[in-house]
Design a protein around this ligand. Structure first.
Ligand code: ADP
Length: 449
């Protein structure tokens, strides 16, 4: 066992604060790192120590591995929690920390690499008994694209093996569109990821996005914590998430959960991870695995009562999981709304100073946010300023509570996406849980006309 006594949090915003809270509860000292633009951030104020690691651009600060390792050495931090985004899925970072004797709170560098390359990830999923989207065996080149597409059947989706954030993805509805789709996907992938390798999948028409939360101890023991439905997306970015999925029953939940937990046992996976699927006509199709904590993890915490960051820290230190699969009880329903500093119709970022801030409260309400009245949102980073998580005994109760809570939430001085959620919570399809991954884009197109 490697006891952890001081954790450096290599992130910013709401997730830095969320990790800090878990450390405090466990009696572990905290080090915040920040760019010059984030000197006034809440996680910096609340951490035991803080180190400025560079100027505002992420590549010079939150992505600057040397500065972060130096900050560990100066402060004596013996572990790093990477949060999500930034260096959280960077295998080189995990290797470098390892070489310095610093614990990376996450999976092994080998597992990050395995799942970071999507072609390899899909092959691994097949080997582990996880169902995948029908598609090419490996890389697709312009010269063999047509043959493969005919085998799969149109429409097909061209995806970047190094992909993320929905970039490097192109649909070809028919043969005429294929050549262009492959070449655009390849050049987008090269520009975004420095790797032009693409693969092909059957394009599913009306799937839901359903993902399974897993945690492994690295020694062959692993559990699942049920699923999250993240079908409400805009430009492949999740907007509203719920647990459990309105589309699954208990048997389906436990079956896919067990498949995922068994796969993680076989891999000897360590840490928290999410196995993402598309779900259509009762069938699950693996699309990718994220080897880190996800933005939407609090809805799983709400329905299980398990603190996922506690579990991450436990397994990183070799203390093992705090629960067995049998002890996990799924209770009620939870919904998360991502509050972005953006115009609720155009989604244009709206940085600036928050003049007034009132977070809602009451039973079943959680607000994870690092902002406060007087806080100036810097323009350099993504626009997520907070997450609203509401829990109820049933989905109906959860929706009633969400409606009340949205009316109570006040963020003045900037535009936010709160009004969008007020519309969604009043919508009949949403009330019925009747939506797929295209629903939100159609809704936005219709209601802006
Ligand atoms: P990224 O890592 O870039 O986010 P993913 O593989 O996770 O890429 O896919 C992101 C989103 O793209 C999914 O949630 C879904 O909305 C859509 N998508 C991905 N694969 C398919 C597919 N085969 N058919 C239809 N939609 C897909």
């Amino acid at each position: 066992m490697t006891a952890i006594s001081k954790i450096l949090i290599a992130n910013r915003g709401e997730i830095a604060l969320r990790v800090l809270r878990a450390c405090k509860e466990l009696g572990i000292a905290t080090v915040a790192v920040h760019s010059t633009a984030d000197a006034d951030a809440m996680h910096v104020r609340l951490a035991d120590e803080s180190v400025c690691i560079g100027p505002p651009p992420s590549r010079d600060s939150y992505l600057n591995i040397h500065q972060i390792v130096a900050a560990c050495e100066i402060t004596g931090a013996d572990a790093v929690h990477p949060g999500y985004g930034f260096l959280s899925e960077n295998a080189k970072f995990a290797d470098i920390l390892d070489a310095h004797g610093i614990t990376f709170i996450g999976p092994t560098a080998e597992h990050i690499r395995l799942m970071g390359d999507k072609i390899t990830a899909k092959k691994t999923a097949v080997e582990l008994g996880i169902p995948v989207v029908p598609g090419s065996d490996g890389e697709v080149l312009p010269e063999n694209a047509l043959k493969i597409a005919r085998e799969i059947g149109f429409p097909v989706l061209i995806k970047a093996t190094a992909g993320g954030g929905g970039r490097g993805m192109k649909v070809a509805k028919n043969e005429a569109e294929l050549e262009e789709a492959v070449s655009t996907a390849r050049s987008e992938a090269l520009a975004a990821f420095g790797n032009d390798a693409v693969y092909m999948e059957k394009y599913l028409g009306k799937p839901r996005h359903i993902e399974v939360q897993v945690v492994g101890d690295g020694a062959g023991n692993a559990i699942h914590l049920g699923e999250r439905d993240c079908s409400l997306q805009r430009r492949h970015q999740k907007v509203w998430e719920e647990a459990n999925s309105p589309a699954l029953n208990v048997e389906q939940r436990m079956k896919i959960g067990q498949i995922c937990a068994d796969a993680m046992k076989k891999m000897k996976y360590r840490g928290a991870g999410t196995i993402e699927f598309l779900y259509e006509n009762g069938e699950f199709f693996f699309i990718e695995m994220n080897t880190r904590l996800q933005v939407e993890h609090p809805i799983t915490e709400a329905i299980t009562g398990i603190d996922l960051v506690h579990e991450q820290i436990r397994v990183a230190s070799g203390a093992g999981l705090s629960v067995t699969q049998d002890q996990i009880v799924f209770s009620g329903h939870a919904i998360e709304c991502r509050i972005n500093a953006e115009d609720p119709r155009t989604f244009v970022p709206s940085p600036g100073t928050i003049t007034h801030f009132h977070a809602p409260g009451g039973l079943g309400v959680r607000v994870d946010s690092g902002v406060y009245a007087g806080y100036k949102i810097p323009p350099y980073y993504d626009s997520l300023i907070g997450k609203l998580i509401v829990h109820g005994r049933t989905r109906v109760e959860c929706m009633m509570r969400l409606r009340r809570v949205l009316d109570e939430f006040v963020v003045d001085g900037i535009k936010t996406t709160l009004p969008l959620f007020q519309d969604l919570v009043a919508n009949q399809d949403i009330a019925n849980g009747d939506y797929d991954i295209h629903w939100l884009e159609h809704y936005l197109a219709e209601t802006s006309a």
